[in-house]
Design a protein around this ligand. Structure first.
Ligand code: GLU
Length: 477
């Protein structure tokens, strides 16, 4: 039987890192098995679902390279299927109408709490007579549909990551609501029902999802059985944790894939890192493409324990990717960051100059966003002198050096900056270090930074060297 897996995001927010990582595992498994990867948008919650989130999720998956083979399918367009399944369950007496009001349920929870019990529905409407049902309807009560959960049942499955997992029916909270009240009769289906109906209809063989769905799996297995369908394999992947060992959340400052893009991580590095969040390749090689990972992928190498999010590791991976990018590609990736910082970049901006700038700062990049700070001085008019640069300019002899540089600037052969510096050293009878440091302070306003000759070349192309040297003279001694 050919493998069919699915990713089933709810469009209630932008593409989340946890969903994307579940997508990675589904994709890798499907590709490794030569199977199909289905995308299903779970938009049954009409109040919270939005089409812009759907767009965001699709765009994010494409950006990461997580291509799907079928879909996207939308649960909101599959209502008839769910209605049929609910009706089947009602007909087979696996499900029934429950007329409890919210106030009654609240009262039940309060009394359970007072007795130190976990809140659960006590199945009180499981055996209503037709007359009782009639009476509730006459009161105007809108029923929900509940699915019977046998307290005595023990549900066991062999999880692809966690091994044998067992749940007791009595721990599932009593008969579960599978459809809300609706004037159409059977009502709006809820998550567990819709997922099972879809997974059956779509022929899903392996349900791969986050570990936070384990309790749902126990309930869903009961639904498969009641609907007379084959139960698929279940594989629960470990959660992504923050440094404190809690589930990574909004409080950690990043949730959506776009947060990572905006910080300057490339899609290739991020998807590589997400794969390592839980999985380790058999060959120990940590830098790989999705295709390479797919060739080696199996759930036997996925950890059960939560995967700690390690920023240093992600940074390291990202820098590896950035450092091997061809300069034109890296330049194209940096341009949006420079534009975002408001640097003067237009269609007329000289591409050769931009690429030279990229080549200069590229080796120092860890995240693309680092290029904002590193390139700032090259986009600016005039220089901001930091404390150390000002001190350097006040060193005795520096002024004479800068004056000589300015005087000879017209004769500068930009391809032979070392020769020019050497000549100044000789005519001024000073140490080369003084010339170098004076120039660095004047041109870049800081004593640490990129290669001086390359930086000068970039500034010279914009005529910035002359004005900065003149500006520095005012401070120098
Ligand atoms: N819509 C669910 C979620 O986003 C899908 C869970 C599942 O894969 O069944 O968490």
């Amino acid at each position: 039987m050919s493998v069919r897996v699915r990713l089933a995001p709810s469009p209630t927010g932008n593409l989340h890192i946890g969903t994307a990582r579940t997508g990675v595992f589904n994709w890798l498994f499907a590709r490794h098995q030569g199977g199909q990867f289905v995308l299903r948008i779970e938009d049954t919650d009409q109040e919270r679902s939005r089409s812009e989130y759907t767009e965001n999720i699709l765009e994010g998956l494409r950006w990461l390279g997580l291509t799907w083979d079928e879909g996207p399918f939308f649960q909101s367009q599959r209502g008839d299927l769910y209605q049929q399944a609910i009706q089947t369950l009602l007909d087979r007496e696996w499900a029934y109408y429950c007329y409890c009001s919210e106030a009654e349920l609240e009262q039940l929870r309060t009394s359970q709490k007072a007795q130190g019990q976990a809140p659960r529905y006590d199945n009180r409407h499981r055996h209503l007579t037709p007359a009782q049902q009639q009476a509730y309807r006459a009161e105007g009560r809108e029923p929900v549909v509940r699915f019977k959960i046998d307290d005595a049942r023990v549900i066991t499955w062999l999880d692809g990551v966690r091994g044998e997992v067992t749940w007791k029916g009595q721990d599932l909270g009593g008969d579960m609501v599978i459809a809300r009240a609706s004037d159409r009769g059977v009502g709006q289906p809820l998550y567990n029902l819709a997922v099972v109906v879809d997974d059956i209809a779509m022929g899903i063989t392996h349900v791969i999802r986050g570990e936070d769905h384990i309790a749902n799996t126990a309930k869903q297995i009961l639904l498969y059985e009641a609907l007379g369908a084959t139960v698929p394999e279940f594989i629960h992947t470990p959660l992504i944790l923050n440094a404190a060992g809690q589930k990574l959340s909004k409080r950690d400052g990043v949730t959506s894939i776009w947060d990572f893009r905006d910080l300057g991580y490339t899609a290739a590095a991020l998807v590589n890192y997400m794969t390592l969040l839980g999985w380790s390749p058999p060959d120990g090689q940590e830098i790989f493409t999705l295709d390479q990972a797919a060739a080696n992928f199996s759930f036997s190498r996925v950890n059960r324990a939560g995967a700690k999010f390690d920023w240093d590791k992600l940074d390291w991976l990202n820098s590896q990717y950035l450092h091997q990018l061809p300069i034109p590609e890296l330049t194209a990736a940096l341009v949006p960051f420079w534009q975002g910082a408001g640097y003067p970049l237009g269609p007329e901006t000289d591409q050769t100059w931009l690429e030279a700038l990229t080549a200069l700062i590229g080796p120092s990049l860890v995240r693309l966003k680092d290029a904002v700070g590193l390139a700032k001085t090259f986009f600016e008019t005039g220089v901001t002198l930091d404390e150390a640069a000002q001190q350097q300019l006040r060193q005795p002899g520096t002024r004479a050096v800068l004056q000589a540089v300015l005087q000879d600037l017209d004769s500068l052969d930009i391809n032979n900056i070392p020769g020019f510096i050497q000549a100044i050293t000789e005519t001024q009878h000073v140490k080369k270090g003084l010339v170098m440091r004076g120039l660095r302070a004047a041109l870049l306003g800081a004593m640490h930074g990129p290669d001086l000759a390359q930086a000068w070349l970039l500034l010279h192309a914009k005529g910035e060297d002359r004005s900065r040297l003149t500006q520095a003279l005012a401070v120098s001694a």
